[in-house]
Design a protein around this ligand. Structure first.
Ligand SMILES: [Zn+2]
Length: 106
């Protein structure tokens, strides 16, 4: 497993925040802002149907898919949603464990 913690290349800070940007007919994107020097750190483009916001629930997930214009996918079974949720939780727990093992959990 390879896990990278986002680091500002300008000032070396790891204090960053995600700015979720939504515009019609474009993929959602995340701009990562350094909270120390306030510069742009990185950009991520979110694949269609790829956004999952933990603890926001099934209805929110469906709204996200519909917003992507993916009406077929909006019929996703709740079981599939629960699988995504479970996988994210499992992955997050593994990543936290891994970071602790390599001494990067600060
Ligand atoms: Zn910075």
């Amino acid at each position: 497993m390879e896990v990278h913690r986002q680091t500002c290349q300008i000032c070396g800070s790891r204090k960053v925040r995600n700015l979720l940007v939504r515009e019609p007919n474009k993929h959602d994107e995340v701009l990562v802002e350094c909270m120390e020097c306030r510069e742009l750190v990185a950009r991520y483009i979110i694949a269609k149907g790829g956004y999952y916001h933990h603890a926001k629930g099934y209805e929110s997930y469906l709204r996200g898919l519909t917003r992507d214009g993916d009406f077929m996918n909006s019929k996703i079974m709740k079981g599939e949603y629960l699988e995504i949720k479970e996988n994210c939780e499992k992955s997050f727990a593994e990543i936290k464990k891994h970071l602790k093992e390599v001494g990067k959990d600060d």
